[in-house]
Each structure stands twice: as C-alpha cells, then as structure tokens.
Design a binder for this molecule. Sequence first.
Ligand SMILES: [Zn+2]
Length: 612
Amino acid sequence: MKLHTRQIRATAFFCLFTLALSAQPNRWQQKVKYKMDVDMNVVTNQFTGKQKLEYWNNSPDTLKKVFYHLYFNAFQPGSMMDTRSLRQGTIQAGRGADWDGRVKDRIRNLKPDEIGYQKILKLTMNGRPQKFEVLETILEVQLDRPIAPNSKVTFDMDFEAQVPLQVRRSGRDNPNTGVRYSMSQWYPKLCEYDYEGWHPTPYVAREFYGVWGDFEVNISIDKSYILGGTGYLQNTAQIGYGYEAPGTKVVRPAGDKLTWKFIAPNVHDFMWAADPEYKHLTRKVRDGIVLHLLYKSTASAKTWEDILDNAEKALPFIDKTFGLYPYKQYSFIQGGDGGMEYPMATLLASPGAWLHEWMHNWYQGIMGTNESLYAWMDEGFTSYADDRVGQFLDNKTGFAQGGNYAGYFSLVKSGKEEPLTTHADHFNTNSAYSAAAYSKGAVFIEQLGYITGAKQRDEILLDYYRLWKFKHPNVADFIRLAEKRSDLKLDWYKEYWVNSIKTIDYAFDSLWEEAGKTRIRLKRVGMMPMPVDLQLTFKDGSSEIHYVPLDLMYGTKPAEDETTRKVYAAWKWTSETYIVETNRRLSDLSVAEIDPSQRMADVERKNNRIKL
Ligand SMILES: [Zn+2]
C-alpha cells in the first residue's frame, strides 16, 4: 500500500554490485498448485468456483489439519474487521479518529446483497470428504488422515461467493472510481505453513502471506468485460481486447460469456479485476516483459499513460539496484481503494502510487515476507525502493530522506510508538502501524547505510534478492547476510531498532583546547547506541571526518568519500561520553557536526551541530 510522499533529496552515491559466492539457503517451503474455474454472474455479483489444489508438504512435520483464508467473510456486519474498525473510530490519533477512512462503519451498514461471503459447498482430500468449520475468515479443516512429511495431497473444493460492495481493497462498484470488480482475496486461499507453523491470521485489516506455487485460473464472465491481473493470459486470440499478438484475427467463441484463461508460475497469490470500460494499453519494455495498463478515468488519462513511460525508463535502474524483475508481465490496474500490491499486478485508485506498488513486487511479491509479522520488511523496504527509484526518475541519486525520517520522528513524538516486532493487526492504532511499517522501516535501510557504508548497503540489498527471493525471509535472515557482506556484527541494530522503541540522540558535551590541540567530548543522550561520524570544518575551508565505531560492531565501516578520516578505538556502549581530538587549534574551528549526512535517525538534531 502507498501512504506517504517524499520531498527532500540527500547524499549522492551509486555503486556496482559485486557477486558473492554463497549459495541460496535451503529452508524448506510448502508448495501449491491451484487450478480454478470460476463462473461470474455480473447481475447478481455472485460466482461459483471449482478449485483443485495440489499441496506438497515439504516440511518435516505431519499435518493433522489445514487452514484456508476466507477473506470475503470479513465484509459482513459484526465481523472482526467491522468490530475492530468501530473500536478504532473511538480512538483519537493524530488528526482525528484512528479508523481507516475507507472502512469506518461501512461494513456495519452493508445490506444482504452488498455483503461479501465465501461458502464452501464441498471439500475432499484425495477424493475423501473432509470435515471443516468456518471461523469467519478462516476455514479450519480436520483431516481424516494426516499429511505425512514430504508427501503430496489433492484437495477439491466447490465454493460460491458474493463480491462485497467495495469497502477495503477488494469488492465491486468502487464508490470513487466506479470500477466494477476489484478481485483480490477472492478465492479460498490455503494458509501458509512454515518453520513457525500455521499462520491462520483472521482478516481484520492487514496483511497477507501465502504459499508459493503455480496458478491456473479460468474465469468465465460476460463478454463485454475486460480483465487484467496476475499471470499470463493464454487464449489471447479468443479474447482480444489488446491482449492478442499484433495482426492476430480475434475469433471469439459463441455465447454470452468469454472464458479468460490465465496461468501464473511461482507466485503466492492471484488477483484480477474486470470492467467493461477499461482502456487497455501495453508496452513491451524488453524482450520477454510486457507492461499492461488498464484504466477507465478519462480526466487523468495522460497521468495514467505516463506510468508506462516512467516504468520503462525506471526498469533498468530497478533491476540493477534491487534485482531482476523475474516475471513476463506486470499490470497497473485501476481499482481498489488507494494502492495495493499483488504478484505481477497492482490495483490503484489513482495513478500516483504506481511506483510504490510496483516496487512491492520485489518485497511483497518476490521475497514474500510474512507481512503480518514483518510488515515493515515489506512496506519499509518498498518505501525505501520507491524513494530511490523516484530520485532516479527525477535525475537525482540516493535517498530523499525527508518524508520517512520526519514520519519516524513524529511517531516518536506521538508517544504511541510500538516495536516493529508487533504483529501488523495488533498495533493499538493504525497511525502507529503506518509510521512504523513505512517510515521506520524505510529508515532502517537508509540508516543501515550509515552503519555499513552506502556502497555495502547497496550490495546487501542485492544479496538479499539473490539469496532470499521466493523464500519468505525474516529479519534475522536479512541481518545475517548484512553481517556477512559488511563484515560487521549487526545483531545489536536489529535488537534496538526492530525489537525496541529506544531512540538515538548524540550531542556535544564540551570543547576545549589543550597544548594547541582541540578536544571534543561527545555525549550519548539516547539509549540506543550508534557509531558516530563527526565532521569538523575549519575556517580555512578544510574539513576532517572523525569516525568512532561502536564496540558491538567489532569492525569499522570503510571510508565513504575522499575527506581525511580519523578512525578511533570503539566507543563502548556502556560509556556515556567519548573524547575525540584534532591537531588544529580551537580558534581554527568553524563548525563541528555529528552525522552531517543525517542518515542517523537522531531524534534531537538541534544538539548535533556547533557553529563557533
Ligand atoms: Zn505499500
């Protein structure tokens, strides 16, 4: 999702990626293969579905039950999502009530033909009927026989569903854009089982987590509808609508409906959208990758169409900085209620969030981090990447720090901050969730560059893609590869920044001259320790960098530029002060500044600079 905009730019750097020799970790993964046939009635907004799900249990565990998500059931009066939203409406946070402006009390007011539901009509495993229980948005299935480790079973399910009036992310007849169908979270989706066990997270707000696998989805719908979504359309010559190869004569089968046949390899979800008024544009951005744009608003047509130009321009930079885009298509689709990411596609209410949602494909789509547990590793990393690519498109380099640092600082000031380890649904306020996941998460990456050096941080991001793509990495996985790449211990950075809400504040304690040399006593005021870059600028215009590593790092970052740098013995984290020294006289000194790059998220920057 997109929440923030950014303004200010910062330090300039760019670097090349050097290939490391280590191999991908071999953590086990479950695997799915879905084949779904869906028949949509655009008058009743109901559809029937047949789902064949092949499930590989690659875990060392015997599974006695399985769980599915039934997301549409959240859109019923009295649901957990409704209850939670009404509660948030009574909490004041920031500028007003803490409830999501798109949800508010809208679920409470849905009429029977406006609610969403997913009803399971039949469920078998290897042909044998299974006992199941619907727990609102979770389906719990007690298996008649357990699934042994390293074995495969096949579930067959018949279901029917009603598409809710669009309240949040998915639904029909979006009140703002008029898009008929935004079909995310639309099918019974198997919950993920990983090294932490089952993840049957009730749907109350956010976020998503799924099993890697292959999808084959056949959607029968009124002939006048144009679709977009995850995956590759197979029967383009029967469909047309801009999907057919140039020069192909489109031959549609007889009847009122068309069946759209999609496949999507190696994804953890499948989204689609449909509207009879979509305008569909395509852009081949390189051999093997086509971008699709589906939108219906005419007022901002130019802004929508600019997406394709900008995306084409940005892709080489993105590939080089964050890793190669691995799929054959990506679709920017008008729909939903803001911006929301899905594998190979996004739903956008307006064109502005296109870049943020696209960059989600690297973190939500390709890494597939458990967003409920590590929302910040998706939203924060995405916000960071969005910012870097935005800078590139503005012909700038580096990271525009303004928005994300400011967002984090105001979170600290609000007094409502909770640790990044908080489950996305369980933050006390939506506002603290957003500032933590987006802003504090993005600062995590930029500030990592302060600790390791920006060049090393960029190499870490590429290692992350290379080592953990399609593997659901967690924060410990990220920190370990960052340690290996930087040759620094970084566990302390995780403990403080992710597991705690302790803050950083360094300051000047005192300056004095002794035997013709200037001594400066630095002070750690905040409880989170950090290495310190100190810049001294002299009246003759020259400057020196004084670098004090933190003892917990067991190393030093390499020099980041050509300025003279003096490296000190490590600052022990238990010590509150540290004295540095220059051979120049105090009267020569013009400015002393802690972290002139402002990448360290020092919550009190007023005491970071002294002008003499
Ligand atoms: Zn996002």
